[in-house]
Each structure stands twice: as C-alpha cells, then as structure tokens.
Design a protein around this ligand. Structure first.
Ligand SMILES: *Cc1c(COP(=O)(O)O)cnc(C)c1O
Length: 377
C-alpha cells in the first residue's frame, strides 16, 4: 500500500484523457494568457456557486490581497481573522499596512469564535475574514449579523471549502464563499478543487466591486494602458483554467468521496477514547479538505513516528497558532489581553490523517486500525 496525504496521481489517471486533451488544446491555441477557457471557467464556476461574478487570479493569497485592496480599507484599519489558520489569511492584512486582529476559535469546529469576535471589535475595525477551515463553514449567519451591526466588510476565505454548503437559519442554502462581501479561494493542487500549478479566484454579487477586482488584478486598469490606481498582476492562466473546467465537473463527486472516507474513519474510531473525530456543524456540510482528529492523552509525536514507520503519513495543521509566530511580533501589542487558549490547545493536540478522493475502504481501515493500535502500544 502506498499511502499519501493527498493522492493527486491516482485522481489524474482517472481523467487523464480529458485533462491531456484540454491542455493540448490550449497549447495548440497558444493563447496561454486570457485564452477563452479562462472566461468559460469563470462563468461555469459562477453558475456552480450561484454567484454573479467569479474573477480568476494567480493564487489564493493574491485573492485575499486583491479583496482587501478592492474595499476602501486604509493602513491602520483593523481586520479580524481567526488565530488558527494558514498564515496567508493574516499575511495580506499586514502586507497592506492594516492591523491584523486575531480571535480564538471554537474548540469543536475550529472556526472563529463568535462571542470573542464581537469582543474584539473596536472603532478601527473595518473587516472580518472568517476562514471555512478544513472543509466546513464558519457560522456565517452570526458573522453577517455582527458585520451588519458594526458596519464591517466580510471576506470569506474559502480556500479549504470550495463546494461546501451553508444552511441559513431561514432555510436557504448558499455555497461557501458567496455570503459575505467577497469570497476568495485557492486552486492549489491539494485543495478540493485543485489545478496543476497555482491558481485562485474571487467571488462577489456586487457589479461595481467585481469591476474593481478585475481592474486591480490587471495593473489597476479598466481601459488598456489607462491606470486608475495601483494594482497587481495576478492572473489565472489558460492551461490552469482548462484543467479546472474538466475538474469542476467532478467537484461534487470528489467532495462526496471525501465525505464517505470521513464517515468511514468516524465509524472505525467509534470506540477509541483517545481520539475525538471531527465535529459536524449544524449550519452546513463538511467536505473534508482535511480529516483532523483531536488527540486526548496520547503522545502526538510518538504516534506520528509509529504511523510513519507503517507507511502512513500524517500532518499537523497547524502546529503554531498565528499569535505565536515570529512574523506576528509587530502586532503583539495590538492583540494584548486576548486569550488564545483554544488555538493553543488545538495546536498541540490536532492530527490530520490522509484525506483525498482516492481513499479505499481498505486503506481507511488500515490507517484507522494503525492509529488505534499505535496509541495503545
Ligand atoms: C491554501 C490557503 C490559502 C492560500 O492559497 P494559495 O493558493 O496557496 O496562495 C489561503 N487561506 C487558506 C485557509 C488556505 O488553506
């Protein structure tokens, strides 16, 4: 058994002909930048998500940066993000001269803690960036309520949850990333919808904002060589768009395969008191970008080592919460007095198991049994 955290090769082999043809078509056209596949993919993703505008860009980090640039935010403005996420979420805030304000997360679903979010709001707060971590949504009804009350923008970091559903209290369902002011995502190869290189996108229902985003991603220009503002160069290239067009058709079945593997893991861990399996929120489904356990009274380092010896890779997402990162030192003062006890606890106790679209019952059983046995030994 060759077990991987994410099996991109196995997934590719099943759609090889379609992918190869799509790539060859782009090469034959030589329209490597702004080829027709880019617009086609943007339209198809917009229709899948039920959102008015999808704008491709170079990666998920750029998507977050462009989103902040498109809103009228200024240096010194405070932007709230969860403490337990990938660095990209706060990096862009700092890069633009704004002040990142970190907030602790919920101990069961790992997304931003709503009560602590409200407590962190000051007159300088301008935006919230909730992260739909590991494949399920933050509590968007509550986040939108808080945002409305305090007149804040909401940028949904949907890099880990593309295709997840959000169930509103009033019975409507929305796709993750389409509820806030702007949604952003990443097509990094291992994400639920991954391309074969780097890629990202922004979503919005606001026509004026979409025009602004398009312009910023294209050197701040709307009319060629007329630059209205300082922008960036951030494009989704045609080959990546062509690959994504093929893979978008399979996104629901890919997410379904992840959910099935997760449910199988859950059953196998049923009677193991040393692991807490991933909680499912009531306001949405979980599409398992990661399958992340919380370990109880188990030595994580030892467990990882034992599993590695049996050919089972595992990862710790994330071993150091953002408030403890060296790069965050300049912002420590702005974040004094806030407790991060949950993210500290998670950083020392979470463990992500292999999760991808090609997991078989046999592999899942082998991994789960090895985890259970290794904890006992
Ligand atoms: C992957 C990821 C990003 C960044 O995406 P890139 O395409 O790698 O720049 C941002 N936020 C979160 C939560 C991510 O997981």
């Amino acid at each position: 058994m060759n077990i991987q955290m994410c099996d991109l090769k196995g997934q590719y082999l099943k759609i090889k002909e379609e992918i190869n043809t799509a790539i060859q078509d782009v090469i034959d056209s030589t329209a490597f930048i702004k080829g027709k596949e880019v617009d086609q993919f943007q339209d198809e993703l917009a229709s899948y998500l039920g959102v008015k505008h999808v704008i491709g860009c170079a990666n998920g980090t750029d998507a977050l940066q462009i989103a902040l640039m498109a809103l009228d935010l200024k240096p010194g403005d405070e932007v709230i993000t969860p403490d337990f996420t990938f660095i990209a979420t706060v990096e862009v805030v700092a890069l633009l001269g704004m002040t990142p304000i970190l907030v602790d997360v919920d101990p069961s679903n790992f997304t931003i803690d709503i009560q602590k979010l409200e407590e962190a709001i000051t007159p300088k707060t301008k935006a919230i960036i909730p992260v739909h971590l590991f494949g399920q949504c933050a509590n968007m009804d509550e986040i939108m309520r808080v945002a409305k009350k305090h007149n804040l923008y909401v940028i949904e970091d949907t890099a880990q949850a593309l295709g997840a559903d959000y169930y509103h209290a009033d019975g409507r369902t929305s796709k993750a990333g389409t509820i806030g002011t702007i949604g952003t995502t990443s097509f990094f190869p291992s994400k639920n919808l991954g391309c074969y290189g780097d890629g990202g996108a922004l979503f919005t229902n606001d026509d004026a904002l979409a025009a602004e985003i398009r312009s910023i991603a294209n050197h701040g220009m709307k009319v060629r060589y007329h630059h209205d503002r300082i922008g960036v160069n951030s494009r989704l290239d045609t080959i990546q768009a062509a690959i994504l067009r093929v893979k978008l058709k399979y996104l629901d079945s890919y997410n379904e395969a992840r959910i099935e593997a997760a449910n199988a893991y859950d059953c196998l861990f049923n009677s193991c008191p040393s692991v807490v399996t991933p909680a499912r929120v009531k306001w949405g489904n979980h599409i398992f970008h990661q399958y992340t356990l919380k370990l109880v009274n188990a030595d994580r380092d030892k467990l990882q080592k034992k599993l590695a010896e049996q050919g089972i890779p595992t990862m710790v997402y994330y071993p150091i919460p953002l408030h403890k990162q060296k790069a965050f030192e300049p912002y420590r003062e702005s974040n004094l007095g806030r407790s991060f006890k949950v993210s500290d606890m998670l950083a020392s106790s979470v463990l992500s198991l292999p999760m991808h679209t090609e997991l078989t019952d046999e592999i899942v059983k082998f991994i789960a049994n090895s985890v259970i046995q290794s904890i006992k030994d």
